[in-house]
Design a protein around this ligand. Structure first.
Ligand SMILES: Cc1cc2nc3c(=O)[nH]c(=O)nc-3n(C[C@H](O)[C@H](O)[C@H](O)COP(=O)(O)O)c2cc1C
Length: 325
């Protein structure tokens, strides 16, 4: 168990990954933190993340983290994140943007070295098994070993990707991780913001695929998703997505970075699987129409998880090693 997590007052070596667009709001983050893990609020519009943090604080006195995706985060996001106990960043050149505790998620040894050099308090080694945006190409435990060897002894390294149960958490800790970071398992909880139809797809899922299809506004960023009508239609020839769609995503990216998130959300809501404009918005709350046309982010572990349960119970069970061999 990490000295860093202990210092923060986190009892369990379990971190719920920040999942943007409304998948990880205060209900999920607070439930995980209250159970003794570290809950994380995902990226939303700046005013919304501030409000989510305020509401999480109403539910728990324990530490709560905030996650920011560097290509999409603006100055006001960093101001809001400064009020969280921990800032977790992902994707892009690691740079300290808070006076508080800062953790950077990495997909390679070079990136972990850069984060350490930039003053990160810890890194997360993300394996290729991970759901959502996938930074690297190395399996999680292999990357963990490489990152451990590259960074000074005692420096906190957490691991993410493919972790579904207490046996996996224990294996990660035995391999030298300071904590386990889980997205898919916490997506499959009562408190996650995933639309009920998305949760049903997760329960039934056996396979995932990595593509760049849903890259509008955030191109050249591979992501692991469940198959749906959009992937069936557009990935017949090339798993990354049609070249024309990827080019359009790159060209439109600078323009879209100036469009407020709320407008992007509205535009995403009217997309259909037949349209080549496929935004990264996931199916949440009122966005159930995105089941066939949007990204159903999920990690490889989805094939081993068959239920939707309360997040607090999941967090506690992940750290209960009594039944593990
Ligand atoms: C639905 C979903 C959404 C995600 N969104 C984000 C995000 O907004 N920011 C981020 O840093 N990571 C995000 N991730 C990746 C996680 O940080 C983490 O690396 C991953 O979930 C670990 O793998 P697992 O899904 O196998 O547990 C997301 C993952 C999932 C499954």
């Amino acid at each position: 168990m990490s000295v860093l997590l202990e210092r923060l007052g986190v009892e369990l070596p379990v971190v719920q990954a920040g999942m943007g667009g409304g998948l990880a709001r205060h209900e999920l983050a607070a439930a995980v933190s209250e159970a003794g893990g570290l809950g994380t609020i995902g990226l939303l519009a700046p005013g919304d993340v501030r409000e989510e943090l305020r509401r999480a604080r109403e539910r728990t006195d324990r530490p709560v983290a905030m996650n920011l995706l560097l290509p999409l985060a603006r100055r006001r996001h960093f101001e809001a994140a400064g009020k969280a106990d921990v800032l977790v960043t992902f994707w892009g050149t690691p740079r300290r943007r808070t006076d508080g505790v800062w953790i950077h998620q990495c997909g390679s040894v070079d990136e972990s070295r850069a984060a350490h050099a930039a003053g990160a308090d810890a890194v997360i080694a993300q394996g290729v098994e991970a759901g959502g945006h996938v930074r690297g190409t190395t399996p999680a435990l292999e990357l963990l070993e490489q990152v451990r060897a590259a960074l000074p002894r005692g420096y906190p390294v957490l691991v993410a990707g493919g972790i579904a149960d207490a046996t996996d958490v224990r294996r990660a800790l035995d391999a030298g991780a300071d904590g386990a970071v889980l997205g898919t398992r916490f997506l499959m909880t009562e408190e996650s913001g995933a639309h009920p139809a998305y949760k049903q797809r997760l329960i039934e899922a056996h396979e995932t695929l990595v593509t760049e299809l849903f890259g509008l506004g955030w191109p050249s960023a591979p992501h692991r998703v469940l198959p749906n009508e959009a992937t069936d239609r557009w990935l017949r020839k090339d798993r990354r997505g049609p070249a024309a769609v990827r080019t359009a995503n790159s060209v439109l990216s600078p323009l879209l970075s100036r469009v407020p998130m709320r407008f992007q959300e509205r535009a995403a809501a009217i997309q259909t699987p037949r349209q080549p404009l496929l935004s990264p918005m996931a199916a949440t709350g009122g966005l159930g129409g995105l089941i066939e046309s949007g990204p159903l982010y999920a990690g490889e572990s989805v094939a081993r998880i068959g239920d939707i349960r309360p997040a607090g119970a999941v967090a506690r069970e992940l750290a209960d090693f009594s039944a593990t061999s």
